[in-house]
Structure formats: structure tokens, C-alpha cells
Ligand binder design. Structure first.
Ligand SMILES: [Cu+2]
Length: 261
């Protein structure tokens, strides 16, 4: 027995190490929690296809750098940025605090057959669009689901919302553009694109490190369940034409948009 004891112990230790490793890897592999839309109203409207519609909302922010770099702002807003477990591209092994980013999450979930209202508070300045196609809201509706290709913009939290059908491409900071994944057969077409107006260049930052935001609000209708992606089409990143860095890494200027049936 004695001569086998060492071997048995070695096997037991190896098994324990393996179990520990698997547990550790599972922990690291946890996906970013999805940010689900809040059901804001029990009112049910009729959609374009005659189905009843839920009304839900999502609130997002856009920052010139990670809010983790402005802890006073995070404390004031009780804010916690969530990062997806992105594949490590270009040897990036840590979140890039200096990159522009959407938050608090880029993994978004909304119900099928719903009127979705998204409000985006933007703390970032403008980076002129390369393609003025994205200077107009598209795929949006009024609050009964009637298509109108408009959005609401408030230049700061104390100003009233104005209805806009386009903005100057030079004043755009980011876009929020939902579109289909190629080859995703059997799901409805969904294209919604809204320009996000930048904070005016002469607006100074508050003591908490960020300026007062410009707020953009828009509504659109979801159909049956489907998986989509959303991304920014403004050259707000780094390197080639501004489309590198945060524009080419999951979880900063792009994410998933899942319509759940
Ligand atoms: Cu952007």
C-alpha cells in the first residue's frame, strides 16, 4: 500500500488542480450580463402587423473615456460600467480606460413586438461623420409606432427636447445603428440608425470630470424575435480613418441587440 500512496496522492492533487482550473476558467468566461429593457408602461398598443405592442425603455450613455476614470461622476450617478468578455484582440488584455465607450452595457435585450424608446446621454464632443447618410434618424417611429424618421434632442439636461429629422454631420459624435447579421435567416429585418449629437466644444467639464450631456431620445418598433448587432458609424476611434481601437473591439462602440420572443 505504502508504495502506491505517493501515486494516489499525486493523482488526487492533479485532479484538484484540474477542477480548480476549470472553475477558474468558467468564472473568467462569464459573459457580460445583458441589459434588459424596462417595461415602463402596461399600456398595450397595436403594432403595424396588428399584434399588441409592449412599451419598454433603455437608457444608455456615451463617454469620451471610461467613467471609471471619473470616480466622482460614477459616485454621483451610482454608475457601474460592464465590459463584455471580449476575445483578446491585438494583445489587449485589459480594458482600455482612454477609449470612447458606450455604457453601462453594450449587450442589449428587448422584447419582441414592443415599442422601444432608447435615451442616450452623450458626454463626448463631436467627430464629424465621414458619411452624411448617418446624419439622419432612420427606422424610428412616434410613440404610437407610426414611422416618422425623427428623434428628440435636448442640448443639455435642463433644455426641452426638440424634434429633429437630421443634424449637421459636423456636430455628430457617434451613431447608434442596429442592423441585421448576414445569413441570419428567418428573422425580421431591423434597421434603426440615429446620430448622436456631440457636446459643444465650448462646454467645460463639471467638477466631476464630465461636461453636461446632450440627450438624444428615439423610439422604434420590434417585430418577432431576432439577433442583431448595433454599432457606431462615426469615426470616433483611432488609427485608420478613426475606425480602429474602440471601433474595432467588442464592447466599446458596438454590441449585440437581441429581440426576445
Ligand atoms: Cu462612436
Amino acid at each position: 500500500m505504502g508504495k502506491y500512496l505517493g501515486a494516489i496522492l499525486a493523482v488526487a492533487v492533479a485532479a484538484a488542480v484540474l477542477v480548480g482550473l476549470i472553475k477558474g476558467l468558467n468564472t473568467w468566461a462569464i459573459e457580460q450580463p445583458a441589459m434588459a429593457a424596462l417595461n415602463t408602461s402596461p399600456v398595450e398598443l397595436q403594432g403595424a402587423d396588428g399584434q399588441s405592442l409592449k412599451q419598454v425603455s433603455l437608457e444608455l450613455q456615451t463617454f469620451p473615456n471610461s467613467p471609471d476614470e471619473n470616480p466622482d461622476w460614477e459616485t454621483e450617478h451610482n454608475y457601474q460600467l460592464q465590459r463584455p468578455d471580449a476575445p483578446k484582440l491585438n494583445a489587449l488584455d485589459a480594458p482600455q480606460a482612454d477609449w470612447v465607450t458606450y455604457g453601462p452595457s453594450t449587450t442589449l435585450t428587448v422584447p419582441a413586438h414592443a415599442l422601444v424608446t432608447i435615451t442616450i446621454e452623450n458626454y463626448d464632443s463631436a467627430t464629424p461623420l465621414l458619411n452624411p447618410f448617418y446624419a439622419q434618424p432612420q427606422g424610428t417611429t412616434d410613440n404610437t409606432g407610426t414611422p416618422n424618421n425623427t428623434m428628440q434632442v435636448a442640448m443639455d439636461p435642463k433644455s426641452d427636447f426638440q424634434t429633429e429629422m437630421s443634424v449637421d454631420p459636423g456636430d455628430v459624435s457617434h451613431t447608434f445603428t442596429i442592423h441585421s447579421i448576414a445569413n441570419q435567416a428567418g428573422q425580421p429585418w431591423l434597421f434603426v440608425s440615429v446620430p448622436i449629437t456631440g457636446v459643444p466644444a465650448d462646454r467645460a467639464a463639471d467638477d466631476n470630470g464630465f461636461p453636461q450631456p446632450v440627450i438624444t431620445k428615439f423610439t422604434f418598433e420590434t417585430g418577432a424575435a431576432g439577433k442583431y448587432i448595433w454599432q457606431c458609424f462615426d469615426p470616433c476611434g483611432s488609427n485608420y480613418d478613426g475606425f480602429g481601437g474602440p471601433m474595432s473591439t467588442k464592447g466599446y462602440m458596438s454590441g449585440t441587440f437581441t429581440v426576445v420572443g
